[in-house]
Design a protein. Sequence first.
Length: 276
Amino acid sequence: MRMFNISRRAFGASMATLAMLGLLGTSPANADTLDNVKARGKIIIGIQGDNPPFGFLDSTGKNDGYDADLARLFAKHLGVDLELVVVTNQNRIAALQTGKVDALFATLGISAERAKSLQYSIPYAEDSMPVIAPIGTKIASFKDLDGMTVGVPKGSTQENTLPNVAAGANMLSFDDDSATIQALLSGQVDAIGTTQFAIGRIEETAPGKFEEKIVLATNYKGVGTILGDKEINATVNAFLEDLKANGTIEELYQKWFKLGQPKFEAPVEGVSFTVE
């Protein structure tokens, strides 16, 4: 029988070619997330640390909030341990794509643009995004923002939305929600685009001085997973459907938002909540 000798260099080149073609399945983005989770006995979930009541650190440094509660329930649903990793608006998608986290329960506003980078679950939260400014400031329409400096968190839906609805505003981006709120309180900006829950935080520091003016947009939040990973997407969706049906989402909404569960009826153009 004739034998063929293949040099290490040639073999390495062949393997590199296969990897580039996606045939080896070694990259985090191509791996089966649930198989990895079950093998290690732990799921790693990215969550925000400065965005109450969704995700924040309590006085002891423990992750808390609506997203944290959901993440704990999901780990229990899978029968594995949970590790929560704090992510920011800027690095959360990269953390998912590079395999640092298995999923994102990180107040991800659902948009067609982001859907190019990750797979969304069905919606599990709804958020109105108001413009907040000093009480004496006249802002009754987007046109009133012309010439004003408006602060927004980096990598947020507000940062993506503001230029489209108020092109005449001077947008200034800050590292996170807390820094954006502080910019308003210190007078660094005229107004901010933020979440519906920010006014409560502002009132605690400067009662009676600021108010919500207009709404930039209303959007849904979804759990983010790797593009193309059908199993974890289906598992997350089934988990969320169960929580909606058995009243758990309603309970968590009352606990964290003092609101009833949204209907989640409106579709999001350009976004599929399932892997085809």
